[in-house]
Design a binder for this molecule. Sequence first.
Ligand SMILES: [Zn+2]
Length: 352
Amino acid sequence: MTSASDDRASSPAGQHTVRRHNLSLVLQAVLAAGRSTRVQVAHSTGLARATVSVLADQLLEAGLLDELDPDPTSPGRPASPLRLNPFGPGGLGVEVNVDYVAACAVGLDGQVRAQYAEPFESAAMSPRVTLRRAARLAARTCREAGIPIAGAGLALPGLVDGGGVMRRAPNLPRWNGFAAAEVLGLDLASSGLEMVVRAANEANLAAIAQVWYGSEGLRDFVHVSGDVGVGGGIVVGGQLYSGLRGYAGELGHVVVDPSGPPCGCGGSGCLKQLAGLGALGRGEPVRPARRRARWGLRRAGAVADRFAHRRAAAPGGEQRARTGSRPRVEPRTVRRSTGCGRLGRGASAQRS
Ligand SMILES: [Zn+2]
């Protein structure tokens, strides 16, 4: 007699799931080690050597792994180490922001194969025109990358739902309710680039990138993007904290000065109005502008800190609080994106 779980595992769907899981285990083992023989993969994953050999052959055939020459200096019979194939399928990143579009192709090994950014007044154009421009830039990037592209991520400066629809974009009001991921997918397909496209908030994606590729091993931090708008991505315990509705990191429209300048969101004195690139570009003297930006970013960190504490107090965070690992976002763990580099360059240009 077999149990229900045995039936599931031996069913075609169950076997497919197990196989996918084991393929993923092998890939992750090779990724973690940089290069690894089949024997080493079997040791680190706990899978049988024969199973690892079969899975590795499938990954080699799919172009996801690459096999290097045996190391003659290794003890015993030399084995051929495996690594992620730098010429295997990679990913495409596309960004639309208020005043530029950008595209980047990255290989499986994490290396940037090609990237372009160009000024573009997205706020003055329709979303369709803007995405067509972004798709053209993406197609050029993919051509130059010289690797097959498996999928794309679209970074947007606003509130994006799980279906890739821009729900609210105070800096790009024409995008409200626009199915950005779907339209970019169609534009890419018309250039011969059929792929799945997913869209998300740009600051959240930058925060995830910091977790995956950052060298500092940060697990609890806030990434703040300073550009025309100000955005934030909150990471708690190495996971993106998106809040009840998925918009927890949206710091730019937190009111920090109710008597401050009006904002496109309908409020007044939002952080964006005090610390965004546009605020600094209104001809203010450099020192007060930079001081104001620093103050705004500190406030952003404090606001995010409160979000993180609420997370600890929420039902999902109870266990975290009990075990004493309640997240605390210290000022030194507020990461700033390259957009803030633009703030700095802008300030330098004003100074000169
Ligand atoms: Zn606002």
